[in-house]
Ligand binder design. Sequence first.
Ligand SMILES: CC(C)(COP(=O)(O)OP(=O)(O)OC[C@H]1O[C@@H](n2cnc3c(N)ncnc32)[C@H](O)[C@@H]1OP(=O)(O)O)[C@@H](O)C(=O)NCCC(=O)NCCS
Length: 136
Amino acid sequence: MEVRSYRPADFAAIVALWQACGLHPSRSDTPLSLERKLERDPDLFLVAEEEGRIVASVIGSYDGRRGWVNRLAVAPELRGRAIGRALMETVERRLRERGCDKVNLLVEPDNRRVVEYYDRLGYRTDELVFMEKWLA
Ligand SMILES: CC(C)(COP(=O)(O)OP(=O)(O)OC[C@H]1O[C@@H](n2cnc3c(N)ncnc32)[C@H](O)[C@@H]1OP(=O)(O)O)[C@@H](O)C(=O)NCCC(=O)NCCS
């Protein structure tokens, strides 16, 4: 299995992976917006490829102050093989190398079972109100 940066040609496969993993596509998940993401943090937007198939993903970001993790997903039939852990450790290491000392992530209310997973990776829950505004 190879871990590498996302490429534009992966778009259909990564969206299919997210759907298979119950991560609802956002209206930001267009080929163009994922390509733009590559212009900023190509080494944090990772996929795992096995026999030519995209089997896992993670989108890391660094805003200069905090790190963020989104879209961690592992194909259902390959779970429990520490692929998720490996992707998280790679992103965390690369964030640390950039001077980032804290990583945040968000869990959808219908996906609370994954909180226990992140807890085992060292993440703690904080009671915050998430607010958002679409600009386009
Ligand atoms: C969450 C997810 C990425 C985990 O991927 P994975 O490759 O199966 O996880 P790992 O094999 O790295 O598991 C690491 C550890 O967590 C444990 N674990 C895995 N899934 C777990 C869960 N749902 N709850 C609690 N622990 C879990 C494993 O047993 C393992 O423990 P160990 O290191 O002590 O053996 C995967 O289940 C997934 O794609 N879920 C659907 C998408 C999703 O919800 N993503 C998160 C969006 S916020």
